[in-house]
Design a protein around this ligand. Structure first.
Ligand code: ZN
Ligand code: ZN
Length: 358
């Protein structure tokens, strides 16, 4: 059975369990996962026994090449209207749709076009399949992470006082592409000096200065799979406070990586890092969750937070990214990507974790 056929078979098992006759797949990420389609416009209808894929004429050739195991249709009309035209939902009564990936207008089209069908909003159906990565997915993830490690090494060699944050971000984007990535996984974060206290600062016009800490958060995609790496570096010199705070974040991350293993609750892993930071007196300054799942999406299940109900099953890939943010002073974050195994974890990103003074 092909990779995609196997995924569709696993989806059908979920549909049976949830008593759905079919699922309308409107997330492009999920279409890629289930049917292999990487274009920007298409929908899938996965029934208990049949599967259909609809796109427009721009993607006729690409769809024919990528999508096997589903009837393919080309339409000039809105995709959901074409479902009726091609009878993709005949003889069904209960159909799920992805409520996070549909507009209100599309929902109205469905209701109007199929007055006899009961439409059930679903969340997390395909998402549960994305949880555990197969070997092909791991190969793409590792390739993306290798490129980002390489780009970080190059950025460490060129970053210097006088550059703007934006200049550094441009180098990250350029170098990701140069080394074979499809593009950035997200807009690179370059937060220097006191701007380091903003966990999600966009790279701005601030000019880097001697004595700054600079937080770099970068990632790329390869075949749709994401890398995500953060390092905080010092320019020229460090203060005792910088070394102290960096040391706490480093210790929190190391403790979490040591403790991580398949089968544990995600919130237990969050607590390991959070306890180290709280124990050092910075509990309030670690204002976000420890990490997130990583794959075809930059943020996916499992969530690694204090409130998460997710389990870190073997085969899932998550980030471990504790941070300390002090308004008016700056911040430190260290982020790596790990693969959970039955007995521990494998760290997939390899950039050096000790404080680099450049
Ligand atoms: Zn990141
Ligand atoms: Zn992240």
């Amino acid at each position: 059975m092909s990779r995609h056929a196997d995924r569709v078979a696993r989806l059908r098992a979920i549909l049976r369990k949830q008593q759905l006759d079919a699922l309308i797949v409107t997330s492009l990420t999920h279409l890629q996962y289930l049917l292999g389609f990487t274009g920007s416009h298409g929908i899938g209808i996965i029934g208990r026994r049949t599967a259909a894929f609809i796109t427009d004429s721009r993607y006729q050739a690409q769809g024919a090449r990528q999508v096997r195991g589903a009837r393919r249709f080309i339409t000039q009309r809105p995709l959901l209207e074409a479902i009726a035209e091609h009878r993709c939902l005949s003889r069904v009564t209960t159909v799920g749709f992805e409520s996070h990936h549909i507009t209100f207008q599309q929902y109205r089209v469905l209701r109007r076009t199929f007055p006899r069908v009961t439409f059930i909003p679903t969340t997390g159906v395909v998402e549960q399949l994305l949880y555990v990565k197969d070997p092909v997915e791991l190969t793409a993830l590792r390739a993306a992470m290798r490129i980002t490690d390489q780009v970080f090494e190059e950025i460490a060699g060129l970053i210097r006082p006088g550059m703007r944050e934006k200049d550094v971000a441009a180098e990250i984007t350029y170098r990701h592409r140069l080394h074979g990535a499809d593009g950035d996984a997200f807009e690179p974060i370059v937060a220097s000096g006191e701007r380091g206290s903003l966990p999600h600062a966009r790279a701005g016009d601030r000019v880097l200065r001697h004595g700054d800490l600079v937080t770099l958060d970068l990632g790329c995609t390869v075949k749709g799979y994401h890398s995500d790496l953060t390092r905080t570096v010092a320019l020229g010199r460090t203060t005792r406070k910088m070394r102290e705070i960096y040391g706490v974040v480093r210790e929190a991350q190391a403790a979490a990586i040591d403790a991580a293993h398949g089968g544990m609750l995600a919130r237990e892993l969050d607590a390991v890092a959070r306890n180290v930071i709280a124990g050092a007196g910075f509990g309030d300054a670690f204002s976000h969750s420890l990490g997130h799942g990583l794959g075809l999406n930059i943020h996916e299940r499992p969530r690694v937070s204090a409130l998460s109900k997710d389990t870190l099953v073997p085969g899932c890939v998550v980030t471990v990214e504790p941070g300390i943010y002090l308004p008016g002073w700056g911040g430190v974050r260290i982020e790596d990507d790990i693969l959970l195994t039955a007995t521990g974890c494998t760290v997939l990103t390899a950039a050096p974790r000790d404080l680099l003074v450049l």
